[in-house]
Write a new protein. Structure first.
Length: 414
């Protein structure tokens, strides 16, 4: 009976709620994305160019907010089991289970829109955006100072994005679209395989009679359960990203022409003016700057610019910029600090591996976000840029060291 008690304690935290099968929601219109990867649409004042993608109807997807956990289960008939090993032998790992069949859903695309806008009353503009998100069935992730981030059901993204852009003078805008279908299918298959393995190990434990054999099986069950929990977390994150698109807006008062003034920037430095912790789409080309994906984060695409995101909204992304005029990482960090340093409460320079970094805290907020910008030359002609956004101090504490490790280990990324 002692083994049954131990197993009950082990499995106590792994109970799963009924399965929610993902398929993309029915669209109100269509939007653009690159087949097998992503497409970025950008422009200062022009309309967004888009390719058309048709999304098939589906059952609605439950959104996941911070702290919410959804499980997914699928039962399967068990095949006849071979006899348990001799009592005196410690069992080897069970045979690898047959991989469950995974039926590919319609394409799962995460849209991420960002805009910098000049308005007469930034506070009122941001409130209107928050209200529009809620009316569309979405939620407000963050509303602080002159910035708002909202999540919108994917089928309402296009109309909400158009509404947002009509609330002021658009200084800059970007839309990034990541096709995460392949990542979701790979994670979903791994979840099913781990559940099957877990069930088989539990059945072997129930038949075991030798204490040493039982201990070995419990150790295997512990390992599989831990991996299953982590993989299910990645699965929920990907499902939420596919069902809920994101819109972020930086609002600028009309009298604040300063750094946004037309023609005020030197040639080659214009990209610095597009930098924002909420703009993940500034780069010179599609060349990937790979990093290792930190624990508890998921990579949004296997090709193109690298982006990894956590369930609570922390983001790590990289890009490549033309190094023109040619400068060292310290030169560009100084240029960036000169342009945006006064807009943040705390500004600190540091080195992480081969990167020169600028650490920035949001001004005037009780729970300030943190923005990390890291630069390093790449082959002389280009500049690699890595950025990390942490929504709260708690997120910085949770993911900061992990992202430090990813930057220090550059080159073996996902």
């Amino acid at each position: 009976m002692i083994w049954i008690s131990l197993l009950s304690v082990l499995m106590g935290g792994c109970a799963k709620s009924p399965a929610q099968t993902y398929a993309p929601p029915p669209p109100q219109g269509s939007y653009g994305y690159a087949e097998g990867g992503h497409e970025v649409y950008s422009g200062d004042h022009n309309e967004v160019d888009s390719a058309t993608v048709e999304l098939e109807p589906q059952a609605p997807m439950l959104s996941m907010e911070r702290g919410r956990s959804d499980g997914r289960e699928k039962s399967k008939k068990e095949s006849p089991r071979r006899a348990a090993p001799p009592p005196q032998a410690i069992p080897a790992a069970p045979p690898a289970p047959e991989e469950p069949e995974v039926v590919a859903p319609s394409r799962m695309v995460h849209y991420d829109g960002w805009a910098r806008m000049r308005t007469t009353d930034p506070t009122d503009t941001l409130d209107q955006i928050a209200e529009a998100a809620i009316e569309a069935g979405g939620r407000v992730d963050r509303l602080s100072g002159a910035q708002v981030t909202v999540r919108i059901p994917v089928e309402r993204f296009e109309e909400t994005w158009a509404l947002v852009l009509g609330l002021g003078d658009v200084l800059d805008k970007r839309v990034r679209a990541d096709d995460i279908t392949d990542q979701f299918l790979a994670v979903d298959l791994r979840v099913r395989t781990l559940r099957t393995t877990q069930e088989r190990l539990i059945k072997l434990l129930a038949k075991a009679t030798n204490e040493e054999e039982k201990l070995a099986l419990l150790q295997q069950i512990t390992r599989v359960t831990e991996e299953l929990d982590a993989t299910e977390s990645r699965q929920r994150t990907l499902a939420d990203l596919a069902s809920m698109s994101r819109i972020s807006v930086d609002a600028v008062p009309r009298e604040a022409f300063g750094r946004y003034a037309s023609g005020a920037e030197l040639d080659g430095f214009g990209w610095l003016r597009s930098m924002s912790p909420f703009n993940h789409s500034v780069y010179a080309d599609q060349r990937r700057v790979p990093l290792t994906v930190p624990d508890e984060m998921v990579s949004l695409s296997k090709t193109g610019p690298f982006v990894a995101e956590s369930a609570d909204g922390s983001v790590l992304w990289t890009m490549r910029i033309d190094n023109d005029p040619v400068g060292t990482a310290d030169f560009w960090i100084a240029a960036l600090r000169e342009r945006i340093g006064e807009e943040f409460d705390q500004v600190e320079e540091r080195k992480i591996g081969g990167w020169a970094c600028l650490e920035l805290d949001e001004p005037g907020a009780d729970e300030p976000y943190h923005w990390r910008v890291c630069l390093r030359p790449s082959g002389g002609r280009h500049l690699s840029v890595a950025q990390a956004y942490f929504p709260t101090p708690e997120d910085l504490e949770r993911y900061g060291a992990r992202i430090d490790g990813a930057l220090s280990g550059t080159g073996g990324g996902a």
